[in-house]
Design a protein. Structure first.
Length: 207
């Protein structure tokens, strides 16, 4: 009887041990979290800063302005004068006998310019300043050459005397623009064409 009890006890112990072993929870490894996605750092493009020059006219600027018209105003009774300011050299000629006046400016754009800059510069406000001493003025026509030379044609009145005016704008260098204007009273209109052709044969008039 004791042997049978011992045998049953051994069998019960083995079965219980197996049962307990089978009831052990299965250890499931935790799912691996996805590695964080690395967002590439956007490439920062460097801003191109224009190379600027001094706005102060150099001696070359002065010489350029004074020599631009060559011999044109060394005839008749043209009286010449000039001034130098922060960003330009201005030259003027006056002829009392012809009732005429001419102006040249060598303008300096320190950081350069493009066509939109010139469009904005030579607009209504500029013309109001140019003709500030005239009773009235009117822009009649404007035209341009293939190389960027511009011509603006005006009529104006001063002290009840009619004038015609032509105003040229020429791209001289990357930082410099030459402007030239001539006004003549009614009885001297014919004299404006030879001067315009001498200085700007490629665009002396708007066709």
């Amino acid at each position: 009887m004791k042997i049978k009890f011992a045998a049953w006890f051994l069998i019960f112990f083995v079965l219980t041990a197996c049962s307990q072993s089978g009831d052990q929870p299965t250890v499931t490894p935790e799912p691996q979290q996805n590695s964080p996605t690395l967002t590439p750092t956007p490439e920062i493009l460097s801003t191109v800063t224009p190379v600027c020059i001094s706005p102060e006219p150099s001696q070359d600027d002065i010489d350029r302005a004074l020599s631009f018209t060559g011999q044109v105003f060394q005839q008749e009774d043209w009286e010449q004068s000039h001034t130098v300011s922060e960003d330009r050299v201005s030259v003027s000629w006056l002829s009392n006998s012809q009732g005429a006046v001419a102006f040249l400016e060598a303008l300096i754009f320190p950081c350069g310019y493009e066509e939109p800059d010139l469009n904005a510069y030579f607009a209504d406000e500029n013309w109001t300043n140019v003709f500030a001493n005239y009773q009235s003025y009117e822009l009649q026509i404007e035209c341009r050459s293939d190389v960027g030379l511009r011509l603006y044609k005006f009529s104006a009145v001063s002290e009840d005397v009619p004038y015609i005016a032509r105003y040229w704008v020429m791209n001289d260098t990357n930082n410099r623009v030459i402007t030239f204007m001539i006004l003549m009273a009614g009885e001297s209109f014919a004299g404006i064409d030879p001067i315009g052709y001498s200085l700007f044969p490629q665009l002396s008039n708007c066709s």
